[in-house]
Design a protein around this ligand. Structure first.
Ligand code: TXA
Ligand code: MG
Length: 312
């Protein structure tokens, strides 16, 4: 299907991707069309093995090699200087390319059978919540996808960590499945930090990863009071209840208590948001987890889900 220019949705350990042959500009153009994503927003090129790094990137710094060796296959994306093999259509016209070797066995089997690079964004409509099951992909993109490989629910649940590895000191562009602490331990020094509140990466808007319902973030100890207040005002309120909450049932339209472990929370996050949408909530009240480890990626996605929406 990939060789014929088709679109193949496939599982990765983070979220499902919407894949096309990275070297086929027409297939890549279809990815943008199906997602409803502006063509200036670059895609990640997925590879079957770290050995292919130098086929797809140029001038790879030592720190980038170290990170590839340590974290691939895995939830890490490296931004590097674009190799000649990468068409500008896949990079949104940039001279850099984002590369990743995913850790899911089905993704690796697909990539090694195909042999080339697979350009794939998350398999959702532009701006909405990423899919973590095959049925999320089908229900959101329908027949626009030629094939959906079902590899079960994604293990990590939030997207890969994107690291700008073009410089000697790599910098985190998007927090994700590999934590800052993991990166620091591998590098022997902390990665550069880019504020999560500023738009630095092309294709990352303040409102992204957003469910249909509006999202409001409050202090953990105010979640219940706020939820009951908004419910009383006539909203259909969905609550992401902190794991620590113990007490009487909350008076809201729908309640999901989040798992106590950050890994469990990350794995479930997008499914919870979809579920609250499906139950007809028009407002979701949540609080931010502590921003260490995977909590940083969860907080980043919640911030963006709560960000200002384009004109509605
Ligand atoms: O976990 C993931 O990363 C998933 C799975 C499918 O691999 N993919 C994913 O793709 O999240 P996407 O397209 O939804 O997000 C990739 C982000 C884009 O928003 C873009 O900002 C950034 O990667 N990106 C891609 N190429 C870049 C480049 N050359 N420079 C800077 N950022 C880049
Ligand atoms: Mg995405």
């Amino acid at each position: 299907m990939l060789r014929a220019g088709g679109l193949v949705a496939f599982p990765t350990e983070t979220v499902y991707g919407l894949g096309a042959n990275a070297e086929d500009p027409i297939a890549v153009a279809r990815v943008f069309e199906v997602k409803g994503r502006p063509p200036s927003h670059p895609l990640i090129v997925h590879l079957g093995s770290a050995d292919q790094l130098d086929d797809w990137a140029e001038d790879v710094p030592g720190a980038a090699r170290l990170l590839a060796e340590r974290f691939w296959p895995g939830p890490l994306t490296l931004v590097l200087r674009r190799g000649r093999r990468v068409p500008l259509e896949a990079t949104g016209g940039l001279e850099t390319v984002a590369l990743r070797v995913p850790g899911h066995p089905v993704a690796l089997a697909l990539l090694s059978a195909f042999g080339g690079g697979v350009a794939a964004p998350s398999a959702n409509r532009f701006g909405s919540v990423s899919p973590t099951t095959a049925s999320h992909v089908r229900s959101e993109l329908g027949d626009a996808v030629d094939l959906v490989l079902d590899g079960g629910p994604c293990e990590v649940g939030v997207e890969s960590t994107i690291v700008d590895a073009t410089a000697d000191v790599p910098g985190v562009l998007r927090p994700g499945g590999v934590t800052r602490e993991d990166l620091e331990a591998a590098l022997g020094f902390p990665p550069a930090v880019h504020s999560t509140s500023r738009v630095r990466v092309p294709g990352q808007h303040p409102s992204h990863y957003a469910p249909r319902a509006r999202v409001i973030l409050v202090d953990p100890d105010k979640v219940v009071v706020e939820a009951e207040l908004e419910q009383a005002l006539g909203h259909r309120v969905g609550v992401l209840l902190p794991a620590s909450f113990r007490g009487t049932p909350v008076n809201a339209h729908a309640v999901v208590q989040v798992p106590a472990s950050m890994a469990g929370y990350a794995r479930g996050l997008y499914g919870f948001l979809r579920e609250l949408d499906q139950q007809g909530c028009d407002l979701i009240i949540a609080s931010l987890p502590v921003e260490t480890g995977l909590g940083l990626a969860i907080a980043n996605r919640l911030h963006r889900a709560a960000g200002p929406r384009p004109a509605e």
